[in-house]
Design a protein around this ligand. Structure first.
Ligand SMILES: [Zn+2]
Ligand SMILES: [Zn+2]
Length: 248
């Protein structure tokens, strides 16, 4: 199997592996080992399936398929390999109800609201054969101890994942704060940011950029909330540099 994408991976927790593609992150959640139960969170960009399969084989063994694939949302850089992997492993894919129209070929994501550009992510993807909504009570299939949290703003059905015991937070793109920032709903975004701040994570890991410690994360979010009107209305660049680590 030959990798065509340059990737790195590292453990953030004993059971949390960060896989970094050139522009986006994906995650294995589960302890290494051939008997381990594990889950893939997001599936990287297009053509990432060989990288993910190779990395999964090293960590869990080639015959140990994941319990599920969890999608934070349906943008193409997060679902690039979802069709191939869900088919290969024959596992369900979970995504929020509100994300369904965009990943089952019914709708395209709205135009990006950006100070710098107007663009949209093409999204004619149809994974309706595999995709299911996660349980309403917040449980994450295959991941005991984790909860999914609806964090709309970036997309309608965006979810983040949180583990209470060690306060680990996978943010997805719920916070994406630079000039390419994308939202069609600033009010929902503000609500999601407050929700994430109030979780007080000890480790917060975005889908673009580097993980942040809890204090740093809280500080950024407090400042962001204080300056939210500024972000929306005018002084965009200021907060861009301030929160640059969260990437896009
Ligand atoms: Zn996104
Ligand atoms: Zn993204």
């Amino acid at each position: 199997m030959e990798n065509t994408l340059l990737t790195t991976h590292r453990e953030l927790r004993p059971d949390l592996l960060l896989i970094t593609f050139p522009s986006v992150n994906a995650f294995f959640v589960g302890h290494a080992g051939t008997d381990s139960e594990w889950v893939l969170v997001d599936t990287g960009p297009e053509d990432s399936s060989d990288c993910i399969l190779e990395c999964a084989g090293e960590r869990f063994g080639c015959r140990n398929n994941p319990q599920a694939i969890i999608l934070t949302h349906g943008h193409l850089d997060h679902i690039g390999s979802v069709m191939r992997l869900s088919e290969y492993w024959d596992v369900p894919v979970y995504a929020h109800d509100l994300e369904m129209p965009y990943i089952t070929g019914q709708r395209e994501y709205p135009m990006v609201e950006s100070r710098s550009s107007q663009s949209s992510l093409p999204s004619r993807v149809d994974i309706s054969f595999w995709v299911l909504p996660p349980p309403k009570d917040g449980r994450v299939p295959g991941l005991s101890g984790w909860k999914w949290i609806h964090t709309p703003g970036h997309t309608d059905g965006h979810i983040s994942l949180f583990r209470q015991t060690d306060r680990t937070l996978l943010i997805g793109d719920a916070l994406t704060l630079d000039e390419e920032y994308q939202t069609a709903d600033w009010d929902a975004l503000e609500g999601s940011i407050k929700l994430l701040r109030d979780l007080h994570p000890s480790l917060a890991v975005p889908s673009h950029g580097e993980p942040m410690g809890g204090a740093e994360f809280s500080h950024h979010l407090d400042r962001l909330i204080q300056n939210f009107d500024t972000v929306v209305n005018s002084d965009y660049a200021y907060l861009t540099s301030d929160i640059g680590q969260l990437g896009n």
